[in-house]
Design a binder for this molecule. Structure first.
Ligand code: PEP
Ligand code: MN
Length: 286
């Protein structure tokens, strides 16, 4: 049983709004979509992503610069150089950016460059990291552990909140099971449960849940329909060439089409997805 004293236990009249920027917040009527590659690979790659995704539009960009790779010999990310790329693209396109933090030592630099810090599945129960993020002055995207129960997930969020940071967004990204046809199993039941158990926004990552691009769009639709507050989806200018998670990356064109296809579903469940801005409104700094 979940501890009734939880600071994040749901109260029927309270839903936490987690602000990502002046324009974007998780947990309100507006459904929030984050798009971008698994890994920041180059300035051109991120610039192309940001430019193309204005046609969706997405409200935020993602891209890892410190990557938790299964093999120590796989590309580990661009590090600070990647943060500089993210921060430039963020400014030019006026789009907030989300990137993963793997250690306490990385918090200071990521907080300087990014708008939201992602705690990856492999670190969901890194309690020292969670406590340190409780002191950070940026919102946290907490992904569910590879095999974490709902209670363990909620308790991990509780670590961050109880150490002083109320701005936590939960992310269901699939859990391990016996069948490896899909990379993981997307637990939409947990999304509904988390919305009932806590007052935190809950978003869904269908990309890591299924691991195959052709399965991403239908599950993104299901996530909107079941009441999630947003999505985080991997996409890439040349999906097959992605340095990581190539098999699950959508093309930028497919990402734009997907966002358009979500609008009527969002409307049916009382949510909105922003419309594409007119050319005059699209402000890209020179
Ligand atoms: C990612 O978002 O690229 C990632 C590594 O996700 P997860 O921690 O859910 O595996
Ligand atoms: Mn990935």
């Amino acid at each position: 049983m979940l501890n009734a004293k939880l600071t994040l236990a749901a109260h029927s009249d309270h839903q936490t709004l987690v602000k990502l920027s002046e324009q974007v917040a998780f947990g309100g009527r507006e459904f929030v979509i984050i798009g971008g590659p698994c890994t920041v690979e180059s300035r051109l790659q991120m610039e192309t992503v940001a430019t193309q995704l204005q046609h969706a539009p997405v409200q935020a960009l993602r891209g890892g610069v410190f990557k938790p790779r299964t093999s120590p010999y796989a590309f580990q990310g661009l590090g600070i150089e990647g943060l500089e790329i993210l921060s430039d693209v963020r400014q030019r396109h006026n789009l907030p950016v989300v990137t993963e933090v793997m250690s306490i030592a990385q918090i200071e630099s990521i907080v300087t460059y990014a708008d939201m810090l992602q705690v990856g599945s492999r670190n969901m129960q890194n309690f020292d990291l969670l406590k340190a993020l409780g002191q950070a002055e940026k919102p946290i995207l907490l992904k569910r552990g590879l095999a974490a129960t709902v209670e363990e997930f909620v308790m991990a969020a509780e670590y961050i909140l109880s150490h002083g940071n109320p701005n936590v967004v939960l992310c269901e990204r699939g859990i391990r099971s016996f069948d490896n046809y899909t990379r993981n199993v997307l637990d939409l039941g947990a999304v509904v449960a988390l919305k009932q158990l806590t007052h935190l926004p809950v978003i869904v990552d269908p990309s890591h849940a299924v691991g195959k691009r052709e399965l991403v769009a239908p599950l993104a639709k299901a996530a909107v329909a079941c009441g999630a507050d947003g999505l985080i989806i991997e996409c890439h200018p040349e999906p097959e060439k992605s340095v990581s998670d190539a098999r699950q990356a959508l093309s930028l064109e497919d990402m734009v089409d997907l966002v358009h296809s979500l609008r009527p579903i969002a409307a049916a469940v009382g949510r909105t997805i922003p419309e594409v801005k007119s050319l005059a409104e699209l402000s890209v700094a020179a």
